[in-house]
Design a protein around this ligand. Structure first.
Ligand code: SF4
Length: 180
């Protein structure tokens, strides 16, 4: 029997950031994860986060789609922005790139709504992410679920669940500039 819940495509950056978001959304949405993160550097780290996400999603019984590692495109879009502080223009471009791919995929594959786990991070401004999501929703003709997942102790809950599932937690956002 097919689920009556709206089909949601959830953009995922890693397993730890997914935990509390999925806990919050799973009763209301039929979730599919979407791993599109060409920002992650180096490639070894990309695969480490992807592999951890695959194991976690398998464990909780949710499909995880792996999108291409468009590294060159990420570097070309963020060219000239390496000196930007975390949370600045480079990050906006980085969110936009990842969310646009998710919106496009969601629309082409019959999803009802899309969103991202990104706002669970205390370093990421939900207002910026939600504004990008609204714009893309309009452009692609699909709903965007607006959220600030760090609120109501979302970030703290993510830490607890990550410990419970024994997940690898990285110590930098992802790109080469955030690693330095
Ligand atoms: S700091 Fe994080 S969000 Fe900002 S550009 Fe780098 S990977 Fe993307």
């Amino acid at each position: 029997m097919s689920s009556q819940k709206p089909k949601m495509l959830l953009h995922v950056c890693c397993a730890p950031c997914s935990t509390a978001v999925i806990e919050r959304l799973k009763d209301r949405f039929d979730i599919t994860g979407y791993f599109y993160d060409p920002n992650i550097h180096p490639e070894k780290e990309y695969h480490r986060r992807l592999d951890e996400a695959k194991i976690f999603y398998r464990e909780i019984g949710i499909t995880l789609i792996e999108a291409p590692y468009d590294l060159e495109r990420w570097f070309s879009l963020t060219e000239g922005m390496k000196g930007e502080p975390e949370g600045g223009k480079r990050c906006e471009t980085c969110y936009d790139m990842r969310l646009e791919k998710a919106a496009e995929f969601a629309k082409e594959n019959g999803f009802d709504i899309f969103t991202t786990v990104l706002s669970i991070s205390p370093h990421k401004k939900a207002a910026v992410i939600n504004s990008i999501g609204r714009r893309l929703a309009e452009r692609y003709g699909i709903r965007f679920y607006e959220a600030d997942f760090k609120k109501r102790d979302g970030f703290k809950r993510g830490l607890e669940l990550s410990r419970e599932y024994n997940l690898y937690r990285q110590n930098y956002c992802g790109c080469i500039y955030s690693k330095r």
